[in-house]
Write a protein that binds this ligand. Structure first.
Ligand code: SAM
Length: 298
């Protein structure tokens, strides 16, 4: 069932880039040709009918709106950085969530966008340019080489960590499994497991690194994977370390029904979206420090 071709009847979403246009103006303009309404959960997100094709719409090409799914748009919203904060996007290209952060912060404060891959840095810079954000500093390098005690990170209050993952929650990867050459033979199962284990080890390492930044009060860990090993297992394995730094799990979007898999106490804090029911399979965990006074969730 996981590998079922997603229905094409799922709604389309666009995120209004509030650095360039307010939500009501976007609603009015897109509403001239489409049925459009606001999402009831993610601020700045608009819902359009399934067949809508906005690729060449002027609002898309000029960066006033970004074609970004609901699950993907929940990640920066879950981090909820305040205007004026310093925020680190640890694995940032192509930058959809980076520029969402900039919009949520109303262009105030500073975002450091780290990206390891040279080609993807180019895409990141293009996204930033299109968004009009002027407070994003691009750091081309390995997040693991960012020294948490370096003075340039001493004011970082929030980290968005959306590391490389299997991508098993997105349609294109799931469709791969339908190809005859990928028919689940024993050898390919082993390779698959090995790959997931490697990814999970990397994800655990970068998450532990993110939690170690001295001034950080909020860390969001997200994947577009459906696998427990990249999601709940990674979070569970860092909980003792997180607690030693004063972090606890908080509940992003408490009104969202689909939570983590029940594999440890506190799983209800975790958020999952379903690849079929919700269009994409995402996972979100939010760590907060007990003394984070800017946010109400407890
Ligand atoms: N957050 C992005 C967005 O919403 O547009 C997507 C991020 S993608 C899932 C993960 C990114 O992390 C890739 O671009 C990858 O090159 C980058 N990456 C992988 N390992 C990294 C590392 N050690 N340091 C920094 N970036 C890394």
């Amino acid at each position: 069932d996981l590998y079922r071709i997603p229905e094409i009847s799922k709604p389309r979403y666009v995120r209004v880039n509030t650095l360039k246009m307010d939500v009501d103006s976007a609603l009015l303009e897109l509403g001239q040709q489409n049925m459009v309404k606001k999402d009831n959960m993610v601020p700045d997100l608009l819902i359009l009918p399934p067949s809508t094709d906005l690729h060449n719409h002027p609002l898309v090409t000029n960066g006033s709106v970004f074609m970004q799914g609901k699950a993907s748009s929940m990640v920066a919203a879950a981090l909820d950085p305040k205007p004026g904060w310093e925020v680190l996007d640890a694995c940032s290209a192509p930058g959809n969530k980076t520029v969402h952060l900039a919009a949520l912060m109303r262009g105030k404060g500073k975002i450091i966008a780290c990206e390891l891959n040279k080609e993807r840095v180019i895409r990141l810079k293009e996204t930033i340019k299109l968004s009009g954000a002027s407070n994003i500093e691009v750091l081309h390098g390995d997040f693991l080489n960012c020294n948490p005690n370096d003075p340039s990170f001493s004011k970082v209050r929030a980290i968005l960590l959306d590391p490389s993952c299997s991508g098993s929650g997105t349609a294109s990867v799931r469709l791969d499994h339908l190809l005859p050459s990928n028919a689940a033979g024993h050898a390919s199962d082993v390779t698959h497991t090995e790959r997931l284990n490697k990814l999970a080890a990397f994800q655990r390492k970068v998450l532990m690194h993110a939690l170690s930044f001295p001034a950080v009060e909020r860390v969001v860990y997200s994947t577009c994977s459906i696998h427990q090993i990249e999601n709940e297992d990674v979070v569970k394995s860092v909980l003792p370390l997180a607690a030693s730094y004063g972090f606890q799990l908080a509940t992003p979007f408490p009104q969202w029904q689909r939570r983590g898999l029940p594999v440890f106490e506190g799983f209800q804090h975790l958020l999952r979206t379903d690849p079929v029911e919700d269009g994409e399979g995402f996972f979100i965990a939010l760590f907060t420090k007990r003394d984070d006074k800017n946010h109400s969730e407890k």
